[in-house]
Design a protein around this ligand. Structure first.
Ligand code: FES
Ligand code: FES
Length: 154
């Protein structure tokens, strides 16, 4: 076991972890933050996406020990402290960018990173930016609409 300390959703967390523990297992099973989903475990679906030091990462694709010292934000930490939803969460709601919701936490975390750090000013750029996140329900168009509406807010 290794002892790791990291910041998760703004709070310092110190836990013992086995060296082979994936970050997504640590988030879901150790910290009980089950908004982060596992759809494939092979870095393909994006359901496990969280922010690591402000950038979107697939948390099934790295070890918990690799996150030692980092700042992790999960979907539970995206809303403001008073519960006000993040603009991306509001936009997904308003644009009907979800159906079953399984992909949604990862999709929202990727979308926030996309708007912050990349191009999101056309349907093509949003679709390209979210190509690592798979949705089997929506057909993507309302997700694209939601992301573009947030990008347009500047
Ligand atoms: Fe991580 Fe699918 S569970 S990409
Ligand atoms: Fe069902 Fe995307 S809303 S997988």
């Amino acid at each position: 076991m290794s002892t790791i300390t990291l910041k998760v959703n703004g709070k310092d967390v110190t836990r013992d972890v086995a060296p082979q523990t994936l970050l997504v297992e640590f988030i879901r099973e150790t910290l009980q933050l089950t908004g982060t989903h596992v759809g494939c475990d092979t870095a393909q679906c994006g359901a496990c996406t969280v922010h690591l030091n402000g950038r979107a990462v697939k948390s099934c694709n790295m070890l918990a020990v690799q996150a030692a010292g980092a700042e992790v934000t999960t979907i539970e930490g995206l809303a403001a402290a008073d519960g006000t939803l993040h603009p991306m969460q509001v936009a997904f709601n308003q644009c009907h960018g979800l159906q079953c919701g399984f992909c949604t936490p990862g999709m929202v975390m990727s979308a926030v990173d996309l708007v912050k750090h990349h191009q999101a000013d056309s349907d093509e750029s949003v679709r390209a930016g979210l190509e690592g996140n798979i949705c089997r329900c929506t057909g993507y168009q309302n997700i694209v609409k939601a992301v573009r509406s947030v990008a347009a807010q500047g």
